[in-house]
Design a protein around this ligand. Sequence first.
Ligand code: PAZ
Length: 324
Amino acid sequence: MDSRNGSVSETPLDAEIESFFDSAPPLKDSAGIIKKLKEFIEYNSTPPGKGSPRRVVCVTSGGTTVPLEQRCVRYIDNFSSGHRGATSTEYFIKAGYAVIFLYRRGTFQPYCQSLPEDPLLECFECSDDSTIQVRQPHTEAVKRAVSDHHAAIAGGHLLKLPFTTIFEYLQILQSIAMSMKDLGSLAVFYLAAAVSDFYVPWKSMAEHKIQSASGPLDMRLVQVPKMLSALKKEWAPMAFCISFKLETDSKILLEKAEMALKKYRMHMVVANELSTRKEEVTVVTGNEKILVCRDKTQADSDVEEPLIELIVGRHSAYVKDSDL
Ligand code: PAZ
C-alpha cells in the first residue's frame, strides 16, 4: 500500500525511494499544491465549451539545492539558470499545451527574456503624480511580457510551482505525476531541471550551523534514488517522457544519453554539452540521434523552438498510436 496517495500499487516503490520520501522533511502546503494541481488538470481536461482536452506537460527547470544543515545556512548548488525550462514553456503554450512549470525559486521565468535581468527596476520610473511608468526603451518588452504571462495564467494554461531543495523538488514532482496519471498519453514530462545526484539524508543532517572550530569537515553524501524509474513504472506510466543529460566531456555524452534512454525507458533523451547547450542539442530516441540547432542566421533565435517542434510532432504520433 502506498500511503501517500492512498492507493495499492502493484510494484511497490523500491526501498531507497520509499526511504527518501519517508525521511524527507514534510513539504510545506502539500495539500494546497495538490488542490492547485487537481483544479488545473480538471480545467484542462474539460475546457469550457466543446474544446477537446488539452495536453499537459510538466516542465522542470533550474537546479535543486542540497542543504547541509536542517536549519539551513549552507547548501550545495549547481549552475542551471532555468533558461531552457522557461523558454520551452513559452513554446509549449504556443503549441496548445497546458504547462505545469516546476521551477527553482529565483531562476528564469517564462515571458521575461526580453526584460533586463539586473536590475528589473531599471524598467520603471515614478512620475510626479506617483504613478509607475515603464521607461523607454523597455515599454514594448514589458507590455508583451505582462500580457503574454497574464494571458497564460488567466487562460488556465500555466501553473507555476516553485522549489528550492532536492526534497521539495522530488516531493512536488511525485504529486504532479500522480495527479497527471489519468491523462494517460496526453501527459508529457520534460525534465530539464538539473537534479542533484547526491544529498545528505535529513536524519543524518546536523540540525544547527556546522561549526568550523571542530576542524575539517567530513561529510557523507548518499546517492539520490533514481526517480525516473518510479515515474515511468508507477507514477504516470502512460506519459510521454523526455529527460535531459548534461555532460562537460562530449566524448561520453551520447553514450550516457543512450544508457539513460534504455535504463529509464524514456521516449527521448536530450543530450547537451555545457558550453554549447544554447546552440545545439542531440535528441536520442530508440533508433535515432537527431541534431537540433539554433538558426544561427537569426540573432534572437534559440534551440528550444526547433526542439519543442520536434517533441510536439513525436508526442502527437505517440497519442495517435495509444488511441489505436
Ligand atoms: O537551465 P539552463 O538553461 O542554464 O541549462 C539547461 C540544462 C543544461 C540544465 C538542461 O538542458 C539539462 O541538461 N538538464 C539536465 C541536467 C543533468 O544532466 O542533470
